[in-house]
Design a protein around this ligand. Structure first.
Ligand code: KG4
Ligand code: ZN
Length: 345
C-alpha cells in the first residue's frame, strides 16, 4: 500500500503496437508496468496497420489503466502527474494515448506531460540502473527506430546518427516475411541464424564504411529479395545467419566507433532488437576489446513500455519543472534533439 506524500506518475505508451500503462513512485521505482502487445492482431497483415492499431488502443487502454490502479493499490486521487507519449510514432495511436492522458490529468486536476518516446528508451537505463548516471552512448534499435544518441546527462542529448530509411527491426521483419516467417520475425531469425552459416551469402553492409553514424537497411532487404529470386532454394538458416552478420556487423561497428568518438566509456543498448543474441555477443566482445562497457537493460524495459515514459515524465516535471498545456498535439516525427531545447509551458 502506498502512503500519502509520494510522487506517483501514471505513464501511458501507445506510439505503435503496444498499449502500456505504468505507475512509478518517485523517479525510478516501478510499481506496475502493464504491456499489452497487438502483435498477433497485426500478424495477419505482415506488419502494423495504423488504423487497426488506433482502434485497438481505444479498446484496451481504459482497462489497462484500471488494472494498473488496482494492481498497484494506488488510489486515483494520489496520482501526482500524468505522462503520455507525444511522439515519434504513428499519429492515430499517439492521439489515443495522449488524449486519454490529458483527460485523466484534467479530471484529476494534476499536471500533464507529453513525452518523447526516444527519450523514454534512454530512461530504460535509469530504471534498471538508477545509480549508473550518464554520460554514455545509447543505441536504440527496434522495429521503429535505429538511433545513436550521446547522453551527456539525463535531459541532454545529441543525436549522433539514425537510419535514413528502414529501422533494423523493420528490415528483419520484412526479410522474415520473404522467407516465410510470421510478424514479428526478429526472434525467429535469431534462432534460425544459430543453425546457419553467416558466411554463406555475402550480403552488403550498407553505409558500414561511410563517414558519420547514420544507418541504412533498405538496401539489404532488396539484396535478399534479388538473392531469393536467383536462389529460391537457399536455406532459410543461411539467409538468417548471413543477414544477421550484416545487420549485427553494421550496428556493432557504428556504435563502438561512436562511443569512442564521443569519448564515452559505456554503451547502453535498448529496443526489441537488443534481444538479439548475436548482437549481444558481438557488442560485448567489441566493447571488451576497446574498454567500453556494454549494458542491456532487461527486455521488459527495452521494448516499448509505459514505465520508461513515466520515468521521463517524473524526471522532467520534478527536476526541470516542466509540464504541458492540454492543447499539446502529438508529433509523429518528433526528434530527440528537439525536446531538450524546447521550452515547455
Ligand atoms: O521495441 P519493440 O518491441 O517495438 C518497436 O519496434 O517499437 O521491437 C520490436 C522489434 C521487431 O522488429 C522484432 O522483430 C525485433 O524487435 N526483435 C528482434 C528480436 N526480438 C525482437 N530482432 C532480432 N533478434 C531478436 N531476438
Ligand atoms: Zn520504441
Amino acid at each position: 500500500m502506498t502512503e500519502g506524500g509520494q510522487f506517483l506518475t501514471l505513464g501511458i505508451e501507445t506510439s505503435c503496437d503496444e498499449t502500456s500503462v505504468a505507475i512509478l513512485d518517485g523517479e525510478t521505482d516501478v510499481l506496475v508496468n502493464l504491456v499489452y502487445s497487438q502483435a498477433e492482431l497485426h500478424a495477419q497483415y505482415g506488419g502494423v496497420v495504423p488504423e487497426v492499431a488506433s482502434r485497438d488502443h481505444v479498446r484496451k487502454l481504459p482497462y489497462l489503466v484500471r488494472e494498473a490502479i488496482e494492481t498497484s493499490k494506488v488510489s486515483l486521487k494520489d496520482l501526482s502527474l500524468i505522462a503520455a507519449t507525444r511522439g515519434p510514432g504513428l499519429v492515430g495511436p499517439l492521439l489515443v494515448g495522449l488524449s486519454h492522458g490529458k483527460g485523466m490529468a484534467f479530471g484529476l486536476e494534476v499536471p500533464f506531460l507529453g513525452v518523447n518516446h526516444l527519450e523514454g528508451h534512454v530512461f530504460a537505463h535509469r530504471l534498471s540502473a538508477p545509480d549508473d548516471e550518464p554520460p554514455f552512448l545509447a543505441l536504440i534499435v527496434s522495429g521503429g527506430h535505429t538511433s545513436l544518441i550521446d547522453v551527456s546527462a539525463y535531459g541532454e542529448y545529441h543525436l549522433v546518427g539514425q537510419t535514413v530509411d528502414d529501422a533494423a527491426g523493420e528490415a528483419l521483419d520484412k526479410i522474415g516475411k520473404m522467407i516465410g516467417i510470421g510478424y514479428p520475425a526478429g526472434a525467429e531469425i535469431d534462432r534460425l541464424a544459430g543453425e546457419g552459416n553467416p558466411e554463406a551469402i555475402p550480403f552488403p553492409r550498407p553505409m558500414a564504411d561511410s563517414p558519420g553514424f547514420d544507418f541504412s537497411f533498405a538496401g539489404l532487404k532488396t539484396a535478399v529479395l534479388y538473392h531469393l529470386r536467383k536462389h529460391p532454394r537457399e536455406r532459410p538458416e543461411d539467409i538468417a545467419a548471413s543477414v544477421l552478420a550484416s545487420v549485427v556487423g553494421i550496428l556493432t561497428k557504428k556504435s563502438i566507433e561512436a562511443t569512442r568518438r564521443y569519448h564515452r566509456k559505456r554503451l547502453v543498448v535498448v529496443g526489441g532488437v537488443a534481444a538479439n543474441s548475436h548482437l549481444r555477443r558481438e557488442l560485448v566482445e567489441a566493447g571488451e576489446e576497446r574498454g567500453i562497457g556494454v549494458s542491456f537493460p532487461p527486455l521488459s524495459l527495452c521494448t516499448d513500455n509505459a514505465a520508461m515514459i513515466a520515468a521521463v515524465g517524473a524526471f522532467r516535471h520534478r527536476q526541470l519543472g516542466e509540464s504541458h498545456p492540454l492543447s499539446l498535439a502529438p508529433d509523429p516525427s518528433l526528434g530527440i534533439g528537439v525536446q531538450n531545447t524546447e521550452t515547455a509551458a
